[in-house]
Design a protein around this ligand. Structure first.
Ligand SMILES: Nc1ncnc2c1ncn2[C@@H]1O[C@H](COP(=O)(O)OP(=O)(O)O)[C@@H](O)[C@H]1O
Ligand SMILES: O=C(O)[C@@H](O)C(=O)COP(=O)(O)O
Length: 425
């Protein structure tokens, strides 16, 4: 297998978002969990997205895991590697986007790396280096209340400069609108000034196509699904990849019980949970009981057991920003996040043991904890439920055939859970 594109994603929902985008743009793509073991049977593909859970861990660990993934991808022929980050640039001043970009750039000997989280299909656009979420700057969006990495600055040049050892530059929309050569010239100018990474504006998909053409000539780029779209289109339009029709083949039905788990506290997920309460039983976990060692897992399993035979259920820890802040004040941010993620993983493990075969998880860190616990090594991409969220078919899972949907907290329409169940047969 010679890869046309190698990707390293800093969380699992982000990886499935990117795998979905690449697949829809004509690249045969597989998502792996971590660097795959040698004996994992992968189909013939154009792109591999290696999923890491490296967004919120200590920067040194994020760097070493990303480097190992890069080495594996380059060893399979990937001349270009995309480091997939969140479209809302989720990170803290301690990292990890800057440190990982610095390290991957040093490894591949790139002068200057293009960076953009733009993903217009989901309302993420970048102008003059400022990230917008829908109509508002990042720091005014619901991301200001994220439980792990609240975003208080919308200027990406400034944010990345705080995380990175290199100088950060900007390629603005006016330059981009003059085409690929103008972008190349600007990169050469920035490189001459010692700039190692440049935020590039992008508002429409056509901007991403120009960015993709330039990026494809380099060894490394950093961004969200939008730059993935640009790279995929460039690989197809330059004939480096023969476009594969995005398969509408869903494979054999999996059947089995259906459960949804929500650990995201995003505004979108809170609304989706409220809406689904009309059509299925919803259990709200008590985070204080989880943090004080009361067995919430058993309560959830007993509750679910009575209901699962009759239809799908949803179990949520999700809470409003005020409740999240209060819990964190009592127990600490990291301790709260970790304990709730592990409880979700305990619940998922037991639900799967008792027959759940279709699982929908809301939240990136939450999905990471659940998928790790289930020991799933990889996924094939199926139908698209919502922008950035595909149906995933597990490959090599101990539990056998399973369908999952890993939803980024912010993604999906108001009826996301019902939409997902409708497509997971
Ligand atoms: N009620 C709660 N209070 C505090 N933290 C919570 C609560 N429920 C979930 N969390 C934590 O919030 C984080 C949500 O992050 P994540 O799962 O990545 O969602 P998103 O996709 O919205 O970023 C997780 O670490 C999760 O354990
Ligand atoms: O790019 C995006 O917005 C998503 O693919 C993503 O990374 C989601 O992260 P979470 O919101 O933490 O799930």
């Amino acid at each position: 297998m010679t890869l046309a594109l190698g990707c390293i994603a800093d969380d699992y929902t982000g990886a499935s978002d990117l795998a979905n985008t690449l697949t829809r743009a004509g690249l045969r793509t597989v998502q792996t969990i971590g660097v795959p073991a040698d004996d994992l049977k992968l189909p013939e593909v154009d792109a591999v997205v290696v999923s890491l859970k490296s967004r919120s861990i200590e920067a040194g660990l994020a760097v070493s895991r990303s480097r190992a993934a890069e080495k594996w991808l380059r060893g399979r022929g990937a001349s270009h590697v995309l480091f997939k980050i969140c479209s809302t640039f989720d990170s803290t001043d301690a990292g990890n986007i800057g440190p990982v970009t610095d390290a991957l750039r040093a490894d591949c000997g790139e002068d200057v790396v293009l960076v953009t989280p733009a993903f217009p299909e989901t309302g993420r656009t970048v102008y003059q280096g400022n990230l917008f979420v829908g109509a508002v700057p990042l720091n005014e969006s619901p991301l200001k209340d994220h439980p792990l990495n609240p975003m208080h600055d919308s200027n990406l040049v400034r944010i990345l400069a705080r995380q990175s050892k290199t100088q950060i530059g900007l390629v603005d929309l006016a330059t981009l609108s003059r085409g690929a050569q103008a972008v190349q010239a600007r990169l050469a100018e920035l490189s001459g000034k010692g700039v190692g990474a440049a935020i590039i504006d992008a508002v429409f998909d056509r901007d991403l196509e120009t960015i993709g053409l330039v990026a494809a000539e380099h060894r490394l780029s950093v961004g969200a699904s939008g730059i993935g779209l640009g790279l995929a289109r460039a690989l197809v339009s330059t004939g480096k990849v023969k476009s594969a029709a995005a398969s509408s083949e869903q494979g054999a039905a999996v059947g089995g019980q259906v459960a949804c788990l929500a650990g995201s506290c995003s505004q979108a997920t809170l609304q989706q949970i409220a809406n689904v309460e009309r059509v299925m039983p919803v259990l709200r976990l008590d985070p204080d009981r989880i943090l004080t060692g009361v067995n919430e897992t058993q309560r959830a399993l007993d509750w679910a057991k009575e209901r699962l035979a009759k239809g799908p259920v949803l179990i949520a820890s999700s809470a409003t920003p005020a409740d999240v802040a209060a819990l964190q004040a009592r127990h600490g941010r990291d301790a709260a996040g970790h304990a709730i993620e592990q409880t979700m993983a305990d619940i998922a493990e037991n639900l799967v043991k008792s027959g759940v075969r279709r699982l929908i998880v809301a939240g990136g860190e939450t999905s990471g904890a659940v998928v790790d616990r289930l020991g799933i090594p990889g996924f094939l991409v199926g139908a698209e439920i919502a922008a950035g969220v595909p149906v995933l078919r597990a490959v090599g899972a101990a539990a056998g055939d399973m369908l999952l949907a890993l939803k980024s907290g912010n993604f999906g329409g108001p009826e996301f859970f019902s939409d997902a169940i409708g497509l997971m047969r």
